[in-house]
Design a protein around this ligand. Structure first.
Ligand code: PEP
Ligand code: MG
Length: 585
């Protein structure tokens, strides 16, 4: 493995801010040890075929990583992969496994496990550091081959605080991890606004995603430095690097603390315009942090957190209690609760089992809910029941057509009629609004604005659906930007349509929490922005340093620019000049 004194610096996508230093926990899927089985003679050929195929798949995977590493990093990293390829091409070694399948009639997974494990043990006994490092390579390869042979995914269990490194993590994995001792997250895959990342931000877990090959370069226990603000992970840092990052971490924490202290004050621009800064939450227990940073309400309560990692659906009563608690805790501040946005990258096997070729264009959110009216009505009833004090509003995600709005309104009225008939108290005048996150809604925004009580602009999806860029795919992450001129025009159109129809409009996509975007959003006429609580102190600070005239001037400058690059550069220059002494660099 790598020279322990040399830093291996990997650059990915900065996903959740903060700096952490700690040991690596390498999460390899399907790490279950295979059971020994004797296979009947007639299945031996098939078992051999499976074995050869999994070796082939593992070889292809390593070869691909090797090519990338050679071009990108050079030095030690491609060499490690080269050695792994040599092991996978070692005929004597592979023959040993095939022999076990043919003569002992062991299942391929078990034979692989036995031979790889004994090879690892042999190497560990050699009194040579280099050979012992190779033992770890063999262990890594063992799991790579077994992953091909066996199905099933193991839950992650951390025994001590660690930075979790994985190919990818699902939103459910991330939640599981937070309940343990996770210090930070680093993944090969992922885009800046995948739901996994949004959850990491909500849980204040520093994260770097889109690192592409980090799992090839680390071993369990390796020391790592992870800088989620800049998207950097350093493997095997030297003591000088560790010291440097300790200092940066302390600086980050003290600036954060100072910002949080100031954050309880309301946010007005220097010339007096009130900008309401609300919080997006995933879980009801985020309320403590939300209050600490002085949020003006909850602009988006994503209710999927209630459905995640469970085996049965939550009952209406259970949901009512959760929503009531949030509504009460925040009262008199507003709370917008969103009906479930299942699908896309949030798959809950107990509710819907099915593979879709294009999940983000598929059976997601309101499409699922309208197809499961009972489940939908029970959620609507719980939300209505939570609105006894009048500070709750209900929001529908992924609306793409007016027909959906008509159907939702019908079911909303049905839920109310049921509650009325049953004599259960609820908020008669609960506002019903929609997420504006699909371009078709912006195109017909005037019509939608006549039908609903409010708009909330969801840029995470608006960007992905406008630009045809999967929000969670690291290969196209360079195309994903809320500063694309087409996206900016759509946002302005949505705001104008809401204004013309006299309905409230806010933004709850991650763009709202991007300090560089804040001046533009103010200039467009938005006065309500909602973002992860970790972003709020910074957003408030930005608002307080700006005047509306300044915002309008910078918006006027970028409004005519034709490329994302020019817009981003202009805004970043404005931002860094204006805020050069204020923020952590
Ligand atoms: C959005 O799409 O901008 C949004 C806020 O919703 P989500 O990220 O949950 O899809
Ligand atoms: Mg969305």
């Amino acid at each position: 493995m790598a020279d322990p004194k040399k830093d291996i610096v990997l650059e990915g996508i900065p996903a959740s801010p903060g700096i952490v230093i700690g040991p690596c926990f390498l999460y390899q899927y399907r790490r279950m040890e295979p059971e020994p089985r004797r296979i009947p003679d007639k299945h031996i050929k098939k078992e051999l075929r499976n074995f050869r195929q999994s070796i082939e798949n593992a070889r292809n995977y390593i070869q691909e990583s090797y090519e990338k590493a050679r071009l990108q990093y050079g030095g030690e990293i491609p060499r490690i992969l080269e050695i792994q390829l040599e092991i996978l091409n070692d005929r004597v070694f592979l023959d040993e496994i095939e022999q076990l399948i043919q003569t002992e009639k062991f299942n391929a997974a078990y034979a692989t496990f036995l031979v790889f494990s004994s090879k690892k043990e042999q190497l560990l006994k050699v009194p040579d550091d280099y050979m012992r490092e190779r033992a770890l390579d063999v262990a890594n390869l063992k799991w790579l081959v077994l992953e091909n042979l066996m199905g099933g995914r193991q839950p992650i269990v951390l025994n001590k605080p660690a930075i979790v490194v994985a190919d990818d993590l699902s939103p459910a994995d991330t939640v599981n991890l937070h309940q343990q001792k996770v210090l930070g997250i680093a993944t090969n895959k992922g885009g800046i606004n995948s739901h996994t990342v949004i959850i990491a931000r909500a849980l204040s877990v520093p994260a770097v995603v889109g690192l592409e090959r980090i799992t090839d370069f680390v071993q369990p226990g390796h020391k790592l430095v992870l800088d989620g603000s800049h998207g950097t992970v350093i493997v095997n840092p030297s003591s000088k690097t560790v010291q440097k990052y300790q200092k940066r971490r302390n600086l980050f924490l003290s600036l954060e603390e100072a910002l949080i202290k100031e954050s309880t004050k309301e946010s007005r621009t220097r010339d007096g315009r009130r900008i309401f800064i609300l919080a997006n939450i995933e879980f009801e227990n985020e309320i403590k942090q939300v209050k600490k940073v002085g949020a003006d309400g909850i602009g988006l309560f994503r209710t999927e957190g209630i459905y995640i990692n469970r085996h049965i659906l939550p009952s209406e009563e259970e949901q009512t209690q959760i929503y009531l608690k949030v509504a009460r805790e925040m009262y008199p501040k507003p709370v917008t609760i969103r009906t479930i946005d299942i699908g896309g990258d949030k798959i809950f096997p107990h509710i819907f089992v099915g593979q879709e070729p294009n999940p983000f264009l598929g059976y997601r959110a309101i499409r699922f809910c309208l197809d499961h009216a009972d489940c939908f009505i029970s959620q609507l009833r719980a939300m209505l029941r939570a609105n006894v004090k009048g500070n709750v509003q209900v929001m529908i995600p992924m609306v793409s057509s007016l027909e959906e709005v008509y159907q939702v309104k019908e079911l909303f009225e049905k839920a109310k009629a049921e509650l009325r008939q049953e004599g259960i108290p609820f908020g008669e005048n609960t506002p019903l609004g929609i997420m504006v996150e699909i371009p078709s809604v912006v195109t017909m925004a005037d019509e939608f604005a006549r039908e609903v009580d409010f708009f909330s602009i969801g840029t995470n999806d608006l960007v992905q659906y406008t630009l045809a860029v999967d929000r969670s795919n690291e290969h196209v992450a360079y195309l994903y930007s809320h500063f694309h001129p087409a996206v900016l025009r759509l946002i302005k159109d949505a705001v104008d349509a809401a204004r013309a129809a006299n309905i409230p409009v806010s933004m709850c996509g991650e763009m709202a929490g991007d300090p560089v975007a804040v001046p533009v959003l103010i200039a467009m006429g938005l006065d309500t922005l909602s973002a992860a609580h970790v972003m709020i102190p910074e957003m408030k600070k930005v608002v307080r340093q700006l005047t509306v005239a300044e915002c309008e001037a910078i918006y006027e400058e970028i409004r005519h620019l034709k490329t994302t690059k020019e817009i981003k550069r202009t805004l970043e220059t404005f931002f860094s000049e204006k805020f050069k002494d204020v923020f952590f660099e």
